[in-house]
Write a protein of this length. Structure first.
Length: 471
């Protein structure tokens, strides 16, 4: 069997400043579990849609028996094109990822003519079971169509043990595509080919344990699972040996949510990786940053912390269940900069209650964070980001939109970024017509542009190509 795992290229109308510069970690996890852990006799490729055009991907499909696509809302149109082309050759087609999991009912109902099944939630064992041709009724974390009864079957959900699939070896063939020129231009600094790699110490966010997750969060899992400190360090020990790697981007949602775990990892790092020159970058929450955890960050050679500050208004933060305040935001930035650790300050504009006053407060906070960076590390932050809210399936924002417009969004799978945003603006801000929506969107774009210009680089989400033209 020949299998291809595809990170779908972004749709033409979606804008992003940067591109991947390493393998998509979710796809690598599937590959690694099948080839390295289960040792299946199967040929698997990974194709990153940041480095192959849609046309190139479509031309490669006939050589495979199974096509598995990781799709997002911003790449779903291109995903459907891949599925349609694959079915011309009678190839088994599979979707996976948070977006596909959240919309599995709607996607299977609407796309079963070109889609065979969806891997829901953790896909490692599901992927292996599909390759082994196990009966679908016996495969956990799988959704598919029961054609006889016209119903979507969603099998039992089972969490895959996070410690059972460590990345301790990567086949060189998977790196070859990163010698190519990215399909899209990148405004982010890219000093050489494959300068970074990704890791994940944990899956999930503790905020989701009590269902009080952030208004725009579309994660498809609940609760938190951490790798053991020993296993996480074992992975890092391998990753730092990859030639040209300058830093590792830890993509877990909140690296600081378990301080006991963090301390153990820091101690092990000092014992085994103290002399490593590879830097580590992490995600964290503002209210978890304090003087005590900073000493662990320094022990781990962490030079950059990405924090979702979201807004400079406490009213907005309360509206979205952030469990953090503007004072937490400023305190976190101060502590990090005073310890020579850069902060990627990330904001989401267009949240419930947003108005000119709250946008002004967000812009003023972002300016102050820039001033703190210049004062303590001698330069502006590497990135200050203003994202326009994306109405992700599964998020409270999307549930609100479905409730307000059931005829349009119930059982729908093809969701345009801009259209869902504009409908959300109409519903949440009581905007009566398209002209008022356009004016509100232009207001967000203007503030977003001002905020994004405060850092050296930016990686904007939720922006369309049209928004960029209207900056």
């Amino acid at each position: 069997m020949n299998v291809v795992l595809i990170y779908a290229p972004m749709d033409d109308d979606y804008y992003t400043d940067g591109v991947n510069d390493c393998l998509p970690l979710g796809l690598l996890a599937l590959y690694n579990y099948a080839i390295k852990v289960c040792k299946l006799d199967v040929y698997i490729d990974i194709i990153d849609g940041e480095y192959y055009s849609l046309e190139q991907i479509l031309n490669l499909l006939p050589q495979y028996n199974m096509v598995c696509v990781q799709s997002m809302m911003a790449s779903y149109k291109n995903t459907l094109k891949i599925l349609n082309e694959a079915k011309k050759y009678n190839i088994t087609t599979v979707l996976g990822g948070h977006h596909a999991t959240q919309l599995c009912q709607s996607i299977m109902k609407n796309r079963h003519s070109v889609l065979d099944c969806i891997m829901t939630s953790d896909g490692e064992q599901t992927f292996v079971d599909l390759i082994l041709n196990k009966p679908w009724k016996d495969i956990n974390n799988l959704a598919y169509m029961d054609y006889e009864n016209g119903k979507v079957i969603i099998n039992k959900n089972e969490k895959f043990p996070i410690n059972d699939n460590l990345i301790l070896e990567i086949d060189n063939k998977l790196f070859e595509q990163y010698k190519r020129i990215p399909v899209r231009d990148s405004k982010l600094e890219r000093l050489e080919v494959l300068t970074s790699f990704r890791s994940y110490s944990h899956k999930g966010c503790s905020n989701r344990e009590n269902s009080q997750y952030c208004f725009f969060c579309g994660r498809a899992d609940a609760g938190v699972r951490f790798k053991t400190p020993e296993n996480y360090i074992k992975e890092l020990e391998y990753l730092v040996t990859i030639p040209t790697i300058k830093y590792i981007f830890e993509i877990g949602d909140d690296f600081l949510q378990n301080e006991d775990w963090l301390r153990e990892v820091a101690v092990l790092y000092q014992r085994k990786l103290k002399d490593s020159k590879v830097l580590l970058k992490i995600f964290a929450r503002a209210n978890r940053v304090n003087e005590n955890v900073v000493k662990y960050l320094k022990m781990l050679n962490i030079t950059e912390v990405a924090i979702g500050f979201e807004s400079g208004s406490d009213k907005i933060l309360s509206n979205i269940n952030k469990n953090a305040t503007t004072a937490d935001n400023i305190n976190a930035a101060k502590i990090l900069y005073q310890n020579n650790i850069d902060t990627i300050a990330s904001y989401v504009i267009g949240l419930p209650g947003e108005d000119i006053e709250s946008l002004d407060m967000t812009y003023e906070q972002a300016k102050y964070i820039r001033e703190l960076a210049i004062k303590h590390i001698g330069r502006p932050p590497q990135e200050i980001i203003a994202n326009i809210i994306e109405v992700n399936p599964g998020a409270p924002a999307f549930q609100l939109l479905k409730k307000a417009m059931p005829g349009k969004y119930e059982n729908q799978d093809l969701l345009g970024i801009k259209e869902t945003q504009n409908d959300y603006f109409k519903v949440v801000f009581n905007l009566a017509d398209d002209d008022k929506v356009a004016d509100f969107r232009k207001l967000l774009i203007n503030y977003g542009h001002k905020i994004n210009s405060l850092g050296n680089y930016s990686y904007r989400a939720g922006w369309t190509m049209e928004d960029i033209m209207n900056e």
